[in-house]
Design a protein around this ligand. Structure first.
Ligand code: AMP
Ligand code: GLY
Length: 444
């Protein structure tokens, strides 16, 4: 079978790598892909006109899938999903993994997803939604008169990771509200906001496969837990990033917490999705805050996580194309998700100044022999092969998050050691990484 993977990050490289392991798969097109997916076995990058979220880009992808007889399409990021790529592909009779545009609002609109959580009793932080700036400001003032606890401000729409502010005092809250709602610093995404109580605990990411069509009972099959480390610096310090590394499984996510998640979050979510008549045949990511054994839902993401996916794929002891078949044919309930024992540590290497303004275009040096001795996998996030015949052949950085290594071992400590030995075989100018992925504080 021929597959199409949409996206260009480390998650998509990890997905392409895993899909390529299947004997059923002959060819994988990755649109637009990156310098890593272009060199992966069975894989080829596909350049399209326009972006993957634009009408032009999605029409081109759809036409390509029809012409090439693509058996299955997987979508990495949220933007093409909220723009309706699943609706477009299904209308053309093409098999695609993901929620339709309506169900993708679970991530695309915080106001919608919070209302959904409240309506169906999914445990989450107490909150209020506002589309009126003055009312939001009054609510923030009242909050800080009553308590010294921080207030979480969430822009309603997709904001590329810039839409959540944890305000510790009123002036900070007022500044963020003005910036989102009056100055439109995030465009339409900040027109409405959710103001939410601050929760303490450890963050855990539970990704899941979902098979749900309107009018029928659905299934949500959760994966083993993973954890992203979002802060830029060791010990959970510094600004938030798109993720500095991930681990799977999560040693402090107990059986009792997993049971609490199932009862208080997964089951009411599924009931709600059924009652809303959602069409959801894809992956769903539950972003949790866990305190002891009590789980609260911070957010839904309607896709796989990045970098969580890089930590999960080496542990998947099943054919991902078969899981996709089960999602699409309504046989998910009978699918048995087998996970390898052991642990994965997956740190990322970033440009030195990331997440601030950073430079790109630096060559990446890889000591292949040293790297291969570690048994780690290399997933490229932001690097391309240079087309310029004058330049030295190889990969050159193009993004802030440049690459990740995913190392498996029988225990987390050994996985950590392998991962950082693998990192030691790679260098580029300004390369930076956290050294405590899987070791640092669990909330980081
Ligand atoms: P979200 O996009 O809603 O997951 O928010 C992004 C990040 O902000 C989360 O991963 C948390 O680190 C943090 N966050 C969001 N909501 C809360 C909350 N209610 N309490 C504490 N931290 C939060
Ligand atoms: N790792 C967080 C996300 O994928 O949104």
């Amino acid at each position: 079978m021929k597959l199409l993977v949409i996206g260009s990050g480390g998650r998509e490289h990890a997905l392409a790598w895993k899909l390529a392991q299947s004997a059923r798969v002959k060819r994988i097109y990755v649109a637009p892909g990156n310098g890593g997916t272009g060199s992966e076995s069975k894989c080829e990058n596909l350049r399209i006109p326009g972006t993957i979220e634009s009408v032009q880009g999605q029409e081109a992808l759809c036409a390509f899938a029809r012409q090439q007889g693509i058996a299955l399409t997987l979508v990495g990021p949220e933007a093409p999903l909220t723009a309706g790529i699943v609706d477009r592909f299904r209308a053309a009779g093409l098999a695609i993994i993901g929620p339709d545009k309506n169900a993708a609002r679970l991530e695309g609109s915080k106001v919608f997803s919070k209302a959904f959580m409240e309506k169906y009793g999914v445990r989450t932080a107490q909150s209020r939604s506002f589309s009126d700036y003055t009312q939001a400001l009054d609510y923030a003032a009242e909050h800080f008169q009553k308590t010294a606890r921080p207030l979480v401000i969430k822009a309603d729409g997709l904001a590329g990771g810039k839409g959540v502010i944890i305000a510790t005092h009123y002036a900070e809250a007022a500044l963020s509200l003005a910036s989102f709602m009056q100055e439109a610093s995030l465009g339409a995404a900040g027109k409405a906001v959710v103001l939410e109580a601050f929760l303490e605990g450890h963050e855990v990411s539970v990704l899941a496969a979902v098979s749900l069509v309107p009018g029928k009972p659905g299934t949500i099959l959760p994966f083993i837990a993973a954890r992203d480390h979002k802060r830029r610096f060791e010990g959970g310090q510094g600004p938030n990033t798109g993720g500095m590394g991930a681990i799977a499984p999560v040693p402090d996510f107990s059986q009792a917490a997993a049971e609490n998640f199932r009862r208080c979050i997964l089951e009411p979510s599924l009931r709600g999705m059924e009652q809303e008549g959602m069409d959801y045949r894809g992956f769903l990511f539950f972003g949790l805050m866990v305190r002891d054994t009590l789980c609260s839902l911070l957010e839904y993401n309607v896709r796989l996580g990045d970098p969580e996916t890089q930590a999960l794929v080496p542990l998947m002891d099943f054919d991902l194309t078969r899981l996709c078949d089960a999602i699409l044919t309504g046989r998910l309930r009978d699918f048995s998700l087998c996970w390898k024992t052991g642990a994965v540590c997956a740190p990322l290497a970033v440009a030195g100044a990331y997440p601030g303004a950073y430079q790109t275009g630096y060559p990446i040096r890889l000591d292949k022999e040293r790297f291969s001795q570690t048994g780690a996998l290399l997933f490229i996030a932001g690097a391309e092969k240079k087309e310029d015949p004058e330049a030295e052949p190889g990969l050159y950085t193009t993004g802030g998050r440049v690459l990740g290594v995913s190392a498996w071992a029988s225990d987390p400590e050994e996985a950590w050691e392998r991962a950082y030995r693998a990192m030691g075989a790679i260098s580029f100018e300004g390369m930076a990484f956290r050294t405590d992925i899987g070791r640092g504080p669990a909330h980081s």
